[in-house]
Design a protein around this ligand. Structure first.
Ligand SMILES: Cc1cc2nc3c(=O)[nH]c(=O)nc-3n(C[C@H](O)[C@H](O)[C@H](O)COP(=O)(O)OP(=O)(O)OC[C@H]3O[C@@H](n4cnc5c(N)ncnc54)[C@H](O)[C@@H]3O)c2cc1C
Length: 498
């Protein structure tokens, strides 16, 4: 084997939406820095960011009931929903800026307007939905949201879901017209295509990062298997970002930084039912989220989505959870076992003991036949016919396990977590949803935490790209209206599409 060595300012590991976003931000802010991207697969956006591996929801908390918890006193806590909506507005501004600079072309290929709805049945759930609607609908972020428990109105909003339903059934829904369907795979490819054309950027596919070590001078040495030229390479950088999706945890563990200890990951795979029959597809023009199934993790809420992918309209229903010990769809069956280290063995063990309900739920989901899954779908689409629906294996999520004050040892976390080295020379993103939708705001956090000395100089450019940067949109409805209108214009979201 030959050897190759290079030195660069920034190394990004992984060519998913997260690294693509950070690379683009850094290149805009500091075009003289050399950025090198290593991706183990042959193109960008093939793992979780791929259009068929996630649900493509532009998460803005318009329909996801798990972002609005009911408090003990019966009131609804909307703080998480407001935060996620603010983060999605950051993504919209950043993507709009990139469309206006021609870094992103054809926004219709990666984002489309699609109403977001929440749908519930049963009196208790209907009462919850009404309270949630009352708590949200006066807030600037959720203006225009509608509520209905009138079957005729609901049949206009979601005809497919109301056909065959008994008129006795207690059902209700909310509708937010400003929802979106996002093709994160297309977005990732467009971002990396554009980034790859910039000076000072090299993107290497079929390059797997095997090891990461900090040198005495504080730089990082990254060992890479180059599958194209069958050689081992060593590359050094001042700053490394591990944007390897499910592969981030094993790489972070290899760095040996204290922040990589006492944490673990639990892989959960996702499956959807997909319908390609145009007669059925044409009857549903929304993303409709329900309440979580009993015993299910709160992220695993069922939803029925119209998708538009490469010119084809389909419906997706799911996700159904499953288990494989792989951390990536293209990973190894040894991933979970290999991630257990002396420093996290007790954390992992505690997580296993604590989460027996989740494990039982996963085992039950795994055993479900297609017909049992169809029965679940029929809660949403009473007349669904098995011959119209096929199973689709989506991406892997690796839930973060850590010891926390609130959750104790081995607490399972359902969100994204940014981890960075104390000396700010390395960062990694762990966890999952709503990762892709909020990638711009999380990557701004990387800049704030890891490049504090550059931030003041970068601020004017950040404000040019993201006018709301540093401001609360919640407290500035005029700015919210302005950026909503300008981003709708740039991204083509004001135009109704089918
Ligand atoms: C079933 C499911 C549904 C989801 N639905 C939504 C949704 O509706 N909306 C939403 O916003 N988010 C959703 N998500 C989450 C979203 O898909 C992820 O948050 C996002 O795609 C993560 O992007 P990433 O760049 O971190 O990871 P990825 O897209 O997985 O990219 C990581 C890349 O790193 C590469 N890599 C890994 N290890 C190495 C290595 N050692 N060397 C080199 N390269 C490496 C991988 O090949 C991969 O290309 C969903 C996820 C799943 C699984």
């Amino acid at each position: 084997m030959d050897y190759k060595q290079t030195t660069t300012e920034v190394i990004l590991i992984g060519a998913g939406v997260v690294s693509a976003t950070l690379g683009t931000l850094l290149n805009k802010l500091q075009p003289d820095w050399h950025i090198t991207v290593f991706e183990k697969l042959d193109t960008a956006g093939k793992e979780s960011s791929n259009e068929w591996n996630n649900a493509g929801t532009g998460h803005a908390a318009l329909c996801e009931l798990n972002y609005t918890a009911e408090k003990q006193d019966g009131s609804i806590d909307i703080s998480k929903a407001v935060k996620i909506n603010e983060q999605f507005q950051v993504s919209r501004q950043f993507w709009s800026y990139l469309v206006n600079t021609n870094d992103l072309t054809s926004p219709r290929e990666f984002i489309r307007p699609l109403p977001h709805m929440s749908f519930v049945y049963g009196e208790k759930n209907v009462a919850f939905l009404k309270k949630r609607f009352e708590a949200l609908s006066n807030h600037p972020h959720f203006q225009g949201m509608e509520f209905s428990d009138d079957p005729e109105r609901l049949a206009e909003w979601m005809p497919l879901m109301m056909q065959g339903r008994s008129s006795e059934e207690t059902v209700a829904a909310t509708k937010a017209e400003q929802g979106t369907d996002v093709n994160f795979g297309e977005l990732t490819r467009q971002l990396l295509d554009s980034l790859g054309q910039q000076n000072n950027v090299d993107i290497h596919y079929n390059h797997t990062v095997d090891d990461i070590n900090q040198l005495e001078n504080g730089d990082w040495e990254v060992k890479v298997q180059n599958a194209e030229e069958h050689r081992l390479e060593e590359h050094t950088a001042d700053f490394v970002f591990i944007g390897a999706g499910g592969g981030a945890l094993p790489l972070l563990q290899k760095t040996g930084i204290p922040e990589s200890r006492h944490i673990g990951g639990f892989p959960i795979s996702g499956e959807f039912l997909v319908c390609r029959n145009p007669e059925v597809v044409e009857q549903h023009h929304a993303k409709v989220y329900g309440k979580e199934r009993e015993g299910a993790p709160s992220k695993s809420i069922p939803h029925l989505d119209r998708r538009h992918i490469k010119g084809e309209n389909t419906l997706l229903y799911g996700p159904f959870a499953g288990f494989t010990p792989k951390f990536l769809k293209t990973g190894s069956h040894m991933d979970l076992l290999n991630s257990v280290k002396p420093n996290n063995a007790f954390t992992m063990l505690a997580a296993g003991v604590k989460n027996t309900t989740l494990i039982k739920y996963l085992a039950k989901q795994l055993r479900m036949s297609k017909e049992q899954r169809m029965e679940e779908l029929r809660h949403f689409v009473p007349n669904a016919k098995s011959e119209d629906w096929d199973m689709l294996v989506a991406g892997q999520r690796v839930q973060l396990i850590e010891d926390t004050e609130a959750g104790g040892r081995g607490a399972l976390q359902f969100g994204t977590k940014l981890i960075h080295a104390d000396d700010q020379s390395l960062a990694a993103l762990l966890g999952e949803s709503p990762g892709a939708s909020v990638s711009a705001s999380i990557m701004l956090e990387v800049l704030e935490r890891c490049f504090p000395d550059h931030l003041e100089a970068w601020k004017p450019k950040i404000k040019e790209m993201i006018p709301s940067y540093g401001e609360s949109l919640e407290n500035n409805p005029k700015l919210l209206d302005n950026i909503h209108a300008s981003s709708a214009n740039a991204l083509g979201l004001a135009v109704s599409t089918t």
